[in-house]
Design a protein around this ligand. Structure first.
Ligand code: SAH
Ligand code: DHB
Ligand code: MG
Length: 223
């Protein structure tokens, strides 16, 4: 199996199931033109996020790691118009592009983008008394263990926690890896395993973004 095949199959499913969308397509184009890294979820993964948020009946969503707002737009579209998605981004250039893309998608009233280190903005969000029905962790991987701790604090019984990039081309099984992202993801996975307040699994994925995967956990107790 090759990257070429994975990409062809992703295109096959995307052509069938993910129709062209002016706002989403523009978000990718604007992000690429501005030189943002191509680290957005793929179209069929974005639609999976939308479906998970809809299955969850999510009314409040937290995203850690906005980039150009591509996954943000997918997730925000699952929300009723009177509800909120808070998304956290440290890079002012990424945030600026994301604001343009989110506005172009007509979602500025739903999306609350907070600029800053997530480990600084998360305590503020907790102090404001928010809880979230769905939390998507997709920022700097070395901080994943801390993001999981915050996600739990900001959850209620039944909240869904989803983390992107937990396989990292298979490197996740290398316990002696010197890559801080691999170690962050491994520690995160171990926390999922040992935390009695969540029930979790993880899935490997291949596709246009290569070989990676996501973890998904449901919070089973009120915090
Ligand atoms: N969720 C996006 C992709 C996010 S890429 C999508 O699928 O479309 C990861 C993002 O996390 C980058 O924009 C990066 O700048 C941001 N990031 C990295 N470290 C961060 C931190 N400490 N706090 C907040 N955001 C951070
Ligand atoms: C990287 C980060 C991501 O969130 C992603 O989906 C793909 C790649 C990265 O930092 O390399
Ligand atoms: Mg990611």
């Amino acid at each position: 199996m090759t990257q070429e095949q994975w990409t062809a199959v992703d295109h096959y499913f995307t052509d069938l199931l993910v129709p062209p969308d002016p706002a989403l397509d523009a978000a990718l184009q604007t992000s690429a033109a501005a030189g943002l890294p191509p680290h957005n979820v793929s179209p069929n993964q974005g639609k999976l996020l939308l479906l998970l948020a809809q299955i969850q009946g999510a009314r409040t969503i937290l995203e850690i790691g906005t980039l150009g707002g591509y996954s943000t737009i997918w997730l925000a579209r699952a929300l009723p118009s009177d509800r909120r998605l808070i998304t956290l981004e440290v890079d002012p250039k990424h945030a600026e592009i994301a604001r343009v893309n989110i506005a172009h998608a007509g979602l500025s009233d739903i999306v609350d983008l907070r600029l800053g280190q997530a480990l600084s903005t998360l305590p503020q969000i907790a102090a404001e008394g928010h809880t979230f029905d769905l939390i998507f962790i997709d920022a700097d991987k070395p901080n994943n263990p801390d993001y999981f701790t915050w996600a739990l604090k900001l959850s209620r019984s039944g909240s869904l926690i989803i983390a992107d990039n937990v396989v990292r081309n298979g490197a996740v099984v290398d316990s002696s890896s010197s890559d801080p992202s691999v170690q962050g993801v491994r520690r995160f996975n171990e926390l999922l395993a040992s935390e009695p307040r969540v029930n979790a699994t993880a899935i490997q994925t291949v596709g246009s973004k290569g070989y990676d995967g996501f973890a998904i956990a449901i919070v089973t107790t009120d915090q």
